[in-house]
Design a protein around this ligand. Structure first.
Ligand SMILES: Cc1cc2nc3c(=O)[nH]c(=O)nc-3n(C[C@H](O)[C@H](O)[C@H](O)COP(=O)(O)OP(=O)(O)OC[C@H]3O[C@@H](n4cnc5c(N)ncnc54)[C@H](O)[C@@H]3O)c2cc1C
Length: 505
């Protein structure tokens, strides 16, 4: 069997949004570095980054209630909401740079203005929403947020959700026009197409089986051609493990001490999708509700307008579930094989602590379509089964580790794990996810290339004007950046529904 061998500066494992972003940043900063990408699937953006596998929300805390928590004194902690929003502004700036540099031709191919709304029912949640609105709406990052508990106004905002609604419970919503729907799959593919033109070697159908350190300080990857079975060896000075759900196994194989003691908890997802144009035409927003009791934060129900391949549809969900796979196209043994002597106790502790969550997820898997329709009818009272189809979404692997909160704590965020010498880094976790790819990849660069970051700063600032500054402390800068990125990304005119429809058709 022939065995190809290469040596390069950088290897990116996985062709998802994270590798696409890191590759694009590095190519702008150091165009002469050689970069190779290995992807087990036949194309870029086939796993979580694919548009049919995630909800496409440009997460900026405009509508996600789980990013604002009510403190015991009744006030609202908005710190996480501010952080997530600020990170999204960083992504918007980099995407605008790609558009302005003609690296992305038409922003409409991946981003659309779609109002973001939160919708609640019942006295307690209405009070919470009002307090959340009061805490956020004066902040320039949330400018334009409106609140209403008037059924007439809600009918105007969300006719599909209000039609035939019979309830005595109080209801309320917030709405902000500056929300976005992002086709992360299209964005990923566009970035890889551009990287290919810049001589990045993108190798599909190649699965990275193993990673080890060689005596000359490089990282050597054992890479298997999934079609022919041929095994190749490729080495690089720097490796980014951007394998999404596949990252944990690869991190473990690298053997770096920073990867010890960490486990993964897979959560599967399902959406219900409506493509009936008569129904789709009655809704134009991403509307987030409250998570049901016992549900993990990533299964907050929402009813979303999506724009995929220039066609609008509605997604409802995601319904979380349990599957031992770490990737949608992964193996039923993924969870089992991720348990190692160094994370066994942590995993067992997590297992004991999360019995109720696991039970919840298993019950969710067992739901029939009609039971799911009943949950949907909380949002769309007259939803008809024949208009909605089930769609399997991507897998998320939540991080399990020992923290100050105790052994085997389940984490719902993302985390960059890197070797002390910066020669390898992995991204674990899935939330807030693709929306914050640029901030997260800047973090990888800071951790792994501290010797270069100073020299790179002017170029980074050209790409991301707010780099190194706190938007929160600089409201004028927020306004400037918001306006300029909205203009470049075609979001500025807060397009009314009919006009947006004409543009996408
Ligand atoms: C149901 C759901 C809803 C979501 N909704 C949103 C949302 O609304 N907004 C948002 O911002 N984020 C959302 N996310 C999160 C977001 O999709 C992810 O954070 C993001 O796509 C992760 O990108 P990635 O590049 O790390 O991983 P991926 O896109 O999964 O890419 C990893 C790639 O690595 C490849 N790979 C893995 N192992 C190997 C190996 N050993 N060798 C070679 N290749 C390998 C995989 O095939 C894959 O192509 C959602 C996720 C899910 C599952």
């Amino acid at each position: 069997m022939s065995s190809r061998q290469t040596k390069t500066d950088v290897i990116l494992i996985g062709a998802g949004i994270m590798s696409a972003t890191l590759g694009s940043l590095l190519k702008e900063l150091v165009p002469d570095w050689e970069i190779t990408v290995f992807e087990r699937r036949a194309n870029a953006g086939e796993e979580s980054s694919n548009e049919w596998n995630n909800a496409g929300t440009g997460h900026s805390s405009l509508c996600e209630l789980n990013y604002t928590v009510e403190k015991p004194d009744g006030s609202i902690d908005i710190s996480k909401a501010l952080k997530v929003n600020e990170e999204y502004q960083v992504s918007r700036q980099f995407w605008s740079y790609l558009v302005n540099s003609s690296l992305i031709r038409n922003p409409r191919d991946f981003i659309m203005p779609v109002p973001h709304m939160s919708f609640v029912q019942g006295e307690q949640d209405v009070t919470f929403l009002k307090k959340r609105y009061e805490a956020l709406s004066n902040n320039p990052l949330f400018q334009g947020m409106e609140f209403s508990d008037d059924p007439g106004k809600l009918m105007e905002w969300i006719p599909l959700m209000m039609k035939d609604r019979t309830t005595n419970k109080p209801i309320a919503a917030t709405r902000i026009e500056s929300g976005t729907d992002v086709n992360f799959g299209a964005l990923t593919r566009t970035m890889f197409a551009h990287l290919k033109k810049q001589n990045v070697d993108i190798v599909f159908n190649h699965h990275v089986d193993d990673i080890k350190r060689t005596s000359d300080g490089l990282w050597e990857l054992k890479v298997r051609n999934v079609d022919s079975g041929t095994v190749e060896r490729h080495s690089a000075k720097f490796v980014f493990i951007g394998g999404g759900g596949g990252s944990l196994h690869l991190l473990q194989k690298s053997g770096i001490p920073e990867g010890k003691g960490i486990g993964g908890f897979p959560v599967s997802g399902l959406f219900m999708v409506c493509q009936n144009p008569d129904v789709v035409a009655q809704h134009h927003a991403k509307v987030y509700g409250q998570a049901p009791v016992g549900a993990p934060p990533m299964s907050v129900p929402h009813l979303d307008t999506r724009v995929i391949d220039k066609k609008e549809s509605l997604f409802f969900g995601p319904f979380a579930g349990f599957s031992p796979k770490f990737l949608k196209s992964g193996s039923m043994f993924d969870l089992l094989t991720s348990v190692k002597p160094h994370n066994l106790v942590t995993m067992m502790a997590a297992g004991v602590k999360n019995v109720s969550l696991t039970t919840y997820l298993i019950k969710q898997v067992m739901l029939s379509k009609e039971q799911r329709m009943e949950e949907l009818r909380d949002f769309v009272p007259n939803a008809k089964s024949e208009d909605w189809d089930l769609l399997v979404a991507g897998q998320r692997v939540q991080i399990i580790k020992d923290t100050a909160a105790g052994k085997g704590t389940l984490q719902f965020g993302t985390e960059v794990i890197s070797a002390a010498d910066g020669s390898i880094a992995a991204l674990l976790g899935a939330s807030p996810g693709a929306s914050t790819a640029v901030s997260v990849m800047l973090e990888v660069m800071k951790k792994c290339f501290p010797q270069h970051i100073k020299a790179w700063e002017p170029k980074i600032k050209e790409m991301i004007p707010s780099y190194g500054e706190s938007l929160l402390e600089n409201p004028e800068l927020i306004r400037e950046i918001h306006a300029s990125t909205a203009q470049t990304l075609g979001l500025s005119d807060n397009m009314p529904l009919q006009k947006a429809r004409r543009t996408v058709s």
